[in-house]
Write a protein that binds this ligand. Structure first.
Ligand code: SAM
Length: 255
């Protein structure tokens, strides 16, 4: 079945992905990610979806072994190019997070920068379960979203930005029944104008905790991925770290 993610992230979005407003915070975001996930040299990390690898490259520079997946071919090609240019050994695949075909065994999986909630609740949960299956027991899954409470408090029906080479006008509508932000985006670049739709489910911390539990993960912490501080009502982002419980050793029966 067709959905908005089939087309949204191709074309003008890939320009926004390269805008300084997107790329400049990457090093700091990755530093917080390494801290909360306790990553060190040699940690195996899946970055899904990885976009053009702006976080992957920072993790790889710190010595992590990174595998990235994204459905956008242009972005995956760019990620490969960046890694090649630095001689770093990341692996990148074009793929869909609803059908991940990666070997399990990661210390952590990151789902960074508003890359969750794209589908219906059932599919979002299936995606999270797929993430949980890929990490080792004791490993962590990180999901970074905007903070729903903040978005609704400061709700802007219209939003304009002039990022780098592309001008964007967004009309937003909050649907209280589906708990989704429906967006109509107009990208203007050069002489071209392209219109796209987005639909993102925003979860409250409580809903996210239950979703994580249904995927077999225990929430370890919520924090604000934009600055690494503890999560609070006014935070810009709600970044959830879920931990996969360690397998209990079977108790030997005493005879
Ligand atoms: C907001 S961007 C975030 C990219 C990256 N995590 C970052 O921080 O730059 C969302 C990404 O999700 C990718 N995407 C959307 N739907 C996807 C899906 N079903 N499977 C894999 N990637 C998907 C898009 O191609 C896009 O690169």
């Amino acid at each position: 079945m067709k959905d908005w993610t089939d087309t949204f992230f191709e074309g003008p979005w890939t320009m926004l992905q390269r805008a300084p407003t997107t790329t400049e915070p990457s090093a700091e975001e990755a530093r917080h990610i390494r801290r909360v996930l306790r990553l060190r040299r040699g940690s195996k990390v899946a970055d899904v979806p990885c976009g053009d690898g702006r976080i992957s490259i920072e993790l790889a520079r710190a010595g992590c072994e990174v595998v990235g997946v994204d459905r956008c071919e242009t972005s995956v090609r760019r990620a490969r190019r960046t890694f090649r240019a630095e001689g770093l050994p990341g692996r990148f695949r074009v793929g869909d997070m609803r059908r991940l075909r990666l070997e399990p065994g990661f210390d952590a999986l990151i789902n960074w920068w508003g890359s969750f909630g794209y589908y219906d609740d059932e599919t979002n949960l299936a995606i999270l379960k797929g993430f949980a299956e890929l990490v080792e027991s004791g490993g962590r899954v990180l999901v970074d979203q905007v903070n729903r409470e903040r978005v609704l408090r400061d709700f802007r029906e219209w939003h304009d930005s002039d990022d780098w080479r592309v001008r964007i006008t967004t009309k937003n509508r909050w649907d209280p029944e589906t708990e989704r932000i429906e967006g109509t985006w107009t990208f203007t670049y050069g002489t071209r104008r392209v219109r796209r739709h987005s639909s993102i489910r925003l979860y409250t911390p409580g809903q996210m905790r239950r979703l994580m539990a249904s995927a077999g993960l225990v929430v370890e912490r919520f924090y604000d991925g934009s600055d690494g501080t503890d999560f609070k009502r006014g935070s810009h982002r709600m970044t959830t770290v879920g931990r996969k419980p360690r397998r209990q050793r079977a108790r030997r029966q005493r005879s």
